[in-house]
Design a protein around this ligand. Structure first.
Ligand code: URA
Length: 202
């Protein structure tokens, strides 16, 4: 499937194309691809790194330990998985041993994410960790330098605001940074409110 081809797919075709993808080496060891989960017209799109062992086994993103923390992060700002929320990853297949996906693997998978964003048309994107930032914004800088600013993702002529925060798996190992993640989540919530207000008035 070429990236031009992917850009034409509907949801069913996209899921099938992801399930059958062999565009990078990650397909060799997957049990299954993990396309994403949630509301296909969500206002919120949360993007992580890639499936781990449990996600690979179940076919759903963020169902392991990091997923429990992600659910708590969502709940902290009044959100729930599947309810106006869609969760996806930078790569759809599990990197062996849960290593960070390589830039080339994320690039090979990006057309799928790009198509997901185009189909969902989220009002706001939250990037969880550096791999997601690298994939979506093409920025390989440090997370600390990107937090606190609102970035923009361009989908055709639409501009979608992007908030960057720590990956929940990182937060499980670095508890003191949870306070910073909380700041990011509050900022995301305020930004969503502002976006809704602008759209209501516009
Ligand atoms: N970590 C991720 O980045 N994504 C998942 O789906 C699970 C863990």
């Amino acid at each position: 499937q070429t990236s031009v081809g992917v850009a034409q797919l509907n949801w069913d075709e996209l899921r099938k194309s992801i399930a059958e993808c062999r565009a990078c080496g990650l397909c060799a060891q997957r049990k299954q691809a993990v396309p994403g989960v949630g509301d296909e017209q969500a206002s919120w799109l949360w993007i992580g790194e890639g499936p781990g062992a449990e996600e690979d086994a179940r076919g759903e993103p963020f169902v392991g330990q990091a997923g429990k923390l992600l659910d708590a992060m969502l709940a902290a700002i009044g959100l729930a998985r599947g309810d106006d929320v869609y969760i996806a990853n930078a790569v759809k297949c599990r990197p062996p041993g849960n290593r960070t996906p390589e830039t080339a693997e994320m690039a090979a998978c990006f057309p799928f994410l790009q198509r997901q964003i185009a189909l969902i048309q989220p009002k706001l994107i939250v990037l969880l960790g550096r791999a997601a930032v690298n994939s979506v914004l093409g920025d390989s800088g440090s997370l600390a330098g990107l937090r606190g600013k609102t970035a923009v993702y361009r989908d055709g002529d639409r501009e979608i605001p992007v908030v960057v925060t720590y990956h929940p798996a990182y937060l499980l190992r670095n508890l003191p940074d949870k306070a910073k993640a909380w700041e990011d989540l509050c900022r995301a919530r305020a930004l969503m409110k502002a976006v809704r207000e602008t759209q209501r008035l516009g």
